[in-house]
Design a binder for this molecule. Structure first.
Ligand SMILES: *Cc1c(COP(=O)(O)O)cnc(C)c1O
Length: 417
């Protein structure tokens, strides 16, 4: 059925997909169409089961179809889908987020990560009265015009550094600078935006004390520091990357995990920063479906499943997977590195951890990932169909599931040699 569905899809949806990362463009072949998912598994339209390491690129941190999330969605949807008036659910999830992330005193809910980063930039410009923004190459911040320069994830997969249709004027105030080098900031810069743990060019961690040094550099010039925690938020730790690395930005962006699988994003910060947002202040941002009651119910149910024990378990699972993969490739003589921070990891078929976007691109050039991807897929393990994505784990990925994955990876690695 996958082939048939894909043929139909291509007639009515560009490339047959609603987000380019889902296309098999960089690995070749036909995408599997998902029929249903449960725990660590997805089933495609042919009934083939896969152990899933895509997990919707991050939202699925407790496993697919978790009964408590299904229950929350069912209960909420019975009360109507959206009203255009505030609900208690919005207050509850805002309180939950503020209590988890030290430094976040107020939060505004939006409907995607893209909206969160786009608005964070507007807010930073509004607060500082400055226009220039600085981003790191290989960091992906969604698809808003001003942030679409030298992005990771699907932008990198497609081999385009940005997009046609973005006027020069829209990126005229965007400075792109290499990751892991302190950028030149000055008093005309509104914000420095980054993924505190980049996970859209593979996982390319910050060097020792790099985030601390960025904080100092920003403070020296009155530049607002924006952490795009759309992946790391509520995944790396209870308080996300800012807790993990011990550095607080001025503005946080969230997405993925906070929606429990439904569309939701958020941006937040201190009261002093957030008082600039309309209707309190002059930075305008709105949304018909912002704080959607079903999404807030799903998000809150998911957050409540994520306690300290859950994060410990996720990290142990990730360690088992990354160590296992490293050992397998070592024994088959294939060069591979599996960088991991907390529960986030990725695979590069090279002998040294990349430390910036150029090195990550060079590491993926050999095309080995595509062969490995297909070797795994045909044996029932779904990785992301592109070399720059992280592997996403969930609480449903038990040690047994990891060991099954490693057995399959051993066969796939032997096939590669
Ligand atoms: C996914 C992602 C975004 C964009 O979020 P969407 O919900 O896809 O719009 C922004 N920043 C980072 C770091 C992401 O991983």
């Amino acid at each position: 059925m996958n082939e048939e569905y894909f043929e139909r899809a291509k007639l009515v949806i560009p490339g047959g997909v609603n987000s380019p990362v889902r296309s098999f463009r960089s690995v070749g072949g036909t995408p599997y169409f998902v029929d249903r998912a449960e725990g660590p598994y997805v089933w495609d339209s042919d009934g083939q089961r896969y152990i899933d390491y895509v997990m919707s690129y991050g939202p699925g941190i407790v496993g697919h179809s978790h009964p408590q999330i299904i229950d929350a969605v069912q209960q909420s949807s019975g009360n109507g889908a959206t009203y255009g008036a505030p609900t208690l659910g919005e207050v509850e999830i805002a309180e939950e987020i503020c209590s988890r992330v030290e430094g976040v005193e107020m939060i505004r809910l939006v409907s995607s990560g893209t909206e969160a980063t786009m608005t964070a930039i507007r807010l930073a410009r509004g607060v500082t009265g400055r226009d220039k923004i600085v981003k790191f190459s290989g960091h992906y911040h969604g698809h808003a015009d001003s942030l679409l320069a030298a992005g990771g994830s699907g932008v990198a997969n497609q081999g385009i550094s940005g997009s046609v249709g973005v006027p020069t004027s829209a990126v005229a105030d965007t400075i792109v600078t290499p990751w892991n080098e302190i950028p030149d900031l000055d008093d005309s810069t509104a914000a420095l935006i980054l993924e505190p743990l980049p996970a859209n060019m593979g996982v390319v961690p910050p060097k020792e004390n790099f985030l601390q040094d960025l904080r100092i550099a920003c403070d020296a010039h009155g530049v607002l520091l924006i952490f795009d925690e759309v992946i790391t938020g509520f995944r790396l730790a209870m308080g996300g990357a800012s807790q993990w690395f011990g550095v607080q930005p001025d503005i946080w962006c969230f997405g993925k995990v906070i929606g429990g699988g439904l569309p939701m994003g958020a941006y937040g910060g201190s009261r002093e920063i957030m008082r600039h947002v309309a209707p309190l202040g002059d930075v305008y941002q709105a949304g018909t479906l912002s704080g959607n009651p079903i999404a807030t119910a799903a998000g809150l149910a998911q957050l409540r499943l994520l306690n300290v024990d859950a994060y410990e378990k996720l990290e142990k699972t990730a360690e088992r997977l990354s160590d296992g993969l490293s050992n397998i490739f070592q024994s088959t003589g294939i060069d591979v590195v599996v960088p991991r921070v907390g529960s986030l990891l990725s695979i590069f078929f090279t002998n040294q951890n990349p430390s910036n976007f150029d090195e990550a691109l060079a590491a993926a050039e050999n095309g080995i990932y595509a062969d490995f991807f297909h070797s795994m897929l045909k044996r029932g393990v779904a990785l992301a169909p592109g070399p720059y994505e992280a592997l996403f784990l969930s609480l449903a990925h038990t040690d047994e599931i990891i060991d099954q994955t490693l057995e399959i990876a051993r066969e796939a690695a032997e096939e590669l040699t």
